[in-house]
Every structure is written in C-alpha cells, then in structure tokens.
Design a protein around this ligand. Structure first.
Ligand code: FHN
Length: 455
C-alpha cells in the first residue's frame, strides 16, 4: 500500500513501506494502553546468571550486553543455559511485586540480543525448554501477571547473536540468502508468540538499528502487517519500523510508524508531543539486565514518582525496568523501591491512571494532570514552596470550587488573587515527599481541551 498524504504542504515522497496509519489510534485497546500509564519492564535472560561478571572480571557496561563486551565465544556463552535452574523463580511473586507497585502493564524480554528464548520456541533449540528449569517460563509469567490484572507485552529483539543466519551487515550474496532465512525465522517466531500466548497486548521490538535492518523496510512493514492481521488490537511501538529510504520510527514523510513513539529511552520529552509516547527507565544508570554491582547514581522512589507524574502530565506512559537475578529472584533494592512507589500509588494513583495533560499552565511546584472523563484536575506537588503557598494560573473565567489533598480529609483554603490566579495555602502535608491535591472546578468548567501542537 502506498500512502500519499500531504504533510505541512511539502510534497510527499511516495512510500511503499512507510506508516500504515496516520494519526492517533482511537480504539479501546489503545485507550487502555494510555489509561494504564505506568508499566514494568523486565530484562531477564542468560546474562542474568552472569550479573556483569565473566571469569572473575567485572564489566561495567549494560549487563545484558556482556556476551559482546566480554567477547564471550558463542559456544561458551550458550553453556549458561545449563545453569538456568531458576530455584527462586515464582511468577506469582513477580506479579505480586508488580501489582503492589501499581503497574497496569508489563513488558518482558521474551528474547534479548543474545537470542535465548524464554518460551519453548519450535524454531530453535536455544530456549528455556533445554535448561534444567525446563518449563515454559513465559507461560507462567503471562498467567501470573494476568491473574493480577496486569496487561502483558512482549519485548522481542530482532538482533539475534545466536542465530547462524543473523547478519548485522549484508555484504554478499551468501549473506543475503542467510538474512532472508533469518527474516522467515523471525516472522515465524512472532507468529508463534502471538498464537501461543494470545493474551499478549503488544510487542516492544528492539535491536533494529544495524545496517542490515535499516535496509529492511519491507521486512519491518511485513511484521507489522502480519501482527495486525493476527490481532487488529495489537499495539506496536515505532522502534520496529524503518521505511525503504532508511528512515526509522518516523517515515520519510515524518509520519510515525507504529502506534506510539518508542524512542524515549532513559529520557522524557520536555514538551507535549503530537503522538502517543512511552518512556522506559532504568533504576541505576544504564543497566537493564541484572548487574551485581550497581555503580553511579541509583534512582530513589521520589525521583521515579516525579517522572511518572511528568510523563502523565505530557500524555505519555512510563515504564520502570527490573533486572531479576539469574536464580529467578528479584533483588532487594528493587523490591524496596517497588514497595515505596506502590505506597504512593495507592494513595495518589487516581492522579495517574486514566489521566493526561491538563490545559493549565505548568507551575514551579510540579505537574498538573487531568482525568478528562471525570473532569477532574490534579496538582502533583513535587517542589513544596517554602512559603507554603501554591499558585495556580487558570484559564480565563475558570473557577476552582474546592481543593482536597488526596491523603487528607479536609479541603485546603483557597484564595482568589486576581482574575486568573488562585493561591492555595498548603502546609506540608507529609514530612517529605510528593503529594497530590485534587481540584474541583465549577460545574461546566473544563479541565482540558488540550490540542497537541502540529509536528
Ligand atoms: O540494547 C538494548 C538494551 O540492552 C536494552 O534492552 C534497551 C531497553 O530499551 N534497548 C536497547 C538499547 O536501546
């Protein structure tokens, strides 16, 4: 299909493998993805057994890349599968931790760049079936998370260091033949995952930046098309896609390919975006898989809560990564953080779930979010002012009737200072930390009819 629509008056480039749809999706499945707002990422694979160490040496790079950093020969690395016994793996415990943290969806690495599959794929032997654990890890995971009411998404790396036909560059005819076989293998695995785990809500593709992939517009187009044939509700980020001219995420006509912007890795946008988007974040610096020694800055709960607030206030989703240990347990630091975030979400989650951008000007004290269905406005106060006074600029004519802290039972005093500004007297409600105020507007006033800027 060649899409030929105009963007900003510029002449369109005719594309065969560009965006398959233009504009935001409006269906219930996508709305559910948006309403979820907060998710958990899990990076788990053979690299989790090494925890950043190989032959007694510590590698500080991202732990899931150790095969590459430590130059471990494939024949050695694959022996790790024989150590995957998972004595501490309890999918229900993982799901319970996620649920208590307050996530509504979760993304798990079914296969990372190393190529090892957490499900018993019939297209390779390099899977969980051929380990001492032997059971279908992924099935147990999906069932446990579903039982907790958490939507499940699959991370899937296109790069596959283990597969004999994977090529990062295609240099000759023989590479080209191999890479064609690899494409068939990949499509078959995607279809297998969608068929055998029909609960999956979407795919989080990764490893699409190598030269071979940047030249594979039709391949990525076909994967997206195939997924939508198998399940029209499926959600797919932009990282999968490249067009025939090598444009990634956005096609050569600047249209998003896929359902949401998937390039926000360890960063959040500063301003509103025209598309749906999701940010994925690590707890330490750049570590996704388990690393025994977290070095540098490790984020605390308030830092993460502030990012969740900011993402929501900019109509985006936020996903926090966990790297369980090779024995299947979740490290103590992650468990503690999950508990702290969950404690906050239990009281204040209504300012996050189902919420998005408000049409109110951002203030130094923090973030506005709005639940447009309920016409409710929230102030997420991350920087309590020394004066204890929170100023709120409202659109002309808007009247605030009431301001109620979510963690208290009595409303706060409101002063109307000028036509368009209110001052809220907010003594620090908790000794430390981020709190939320819920504002009720006069009947008929709107919390948001925000129109995203044109890209
Ligand atoms: O190379 C991977 C990395 O290991 C990790 O999985 C992240 C998660 O977003 N994605 C890639 C780097 O962009």
């Amino acid at each position: 299909m060649v899409i030929n629509l105009k963007v900003w008056g510029q002449e369109d480039i005719p594309l065969k493998y560009g965006a398959q749809r233009v504009g935001k999706r409006t269906d219930p499945a996508m709305q559910q993805w948006r309403d979820n707002r907060f998710g958990q990422f899990i990076h788990f694979g053979l690299y989790s057994i090494l925890g950043g160490y190989y032959n007694g040496k510590c590698y500080d790079g991202a732990a899931e890349w150790i095969q590459s950093f430590a130059r471990i020969p494939g024949s050695e690395y694959e022996k790790l599968a024989q150590q995957m016994a998972l004595p501490e793996y309890d999918a229900r415990e993982w799901a319970r931790i996620a649920k208590n943290m307050g996530v509504k969806y979760a993304v798990i690495t079914t296969k990372h760049h190393e190529g090892f599959c957490l499900w018993p794929s019939k297209y390779t032997d390099y899977t969980i079936a051929n380990t001492p654990y032997g059971r279908d890890f992924l099935k147990e995971y999906v069932e446990a998370y579903q039982a907790e009411g958490i939507d499940v998404y699959f991370y899937f790396s296109i790069i596959d260091w283990h597969h004999k036909d994977w090529r990062s560059t295609v240099k000759n005819e023989s590479d080209s033949l191999a890479f064609e076989r690899f494409k068939e293998f990949t499509l078959a695995q995607v279809e297998e995952l969608m068929t055998d785990y029909p609960a999956v809500k979407g795919f989080w593709y990764d490893g699409t930046w190598d030269p071979s992939m940047v030249k594979s517009g039709s391949f990525t187009y076909d994967i997206e098309k195939k997924m939508r044939e198998l399940n029209p509700d499926i959600i797919c980020g932009s990282r999968l896609r490249v067009d025939e001219r090598g444009a990634r995420h956005f096609d050569s006509n600047k249209r998003l390919m896929g359902d949401y912007e998937q390039g926000w890795e360890r960063s959040l946008p500063e301003k509103p975006l025209a598309n749906d988007w999701e940010a994925v974040m690590t707890i330490p610096e750049n570590q996704w898989g388990y690393h025994a020694d977290w070095k540098g800055h490790v984020k605390n709960a308030d830092e993460i809560i502030e990012m969740i607030a900011r993402a929501t206030s900019l109509d985006g989703n936020f996903v926090l990564n966990f790297g369980p240990k090779g024995d299947g347990s979740i490290r103590k630091e992650e468990q503690k953080l999950a508990e702290e975030i969950g404690k906050w979400m239990k009281v204040n989650g209504e300012a996050i779930y189902g919420c998005g951008m408000a049409s109110f000007k951002e203030q130094k004290w923090g973030y506005f979010t709005a639940n447009k269905k309920e016409n409710t406005l929230y102030m997420i106060v991350t920087h309590h002012p020394a004066s204890g006074l929170l100023k709120v600029n409202v659109p002309q004519g808007t009247v605030i009737d009431r301001c109620m802290p979510l963690n208290a039972t009595r409303p706060l005093k409101l002063q109307k200072s000028t036509k368009n500004e209110y001052v809220i007297e907010a003594p620090r409600i908790e000794k430390d930390g981020i709190y939320v105020l819920k504002l009720t507007l006069k009947k008929g006033d709107s919390v948001g009819n925000y129109v995203a800027p044109k890209m």
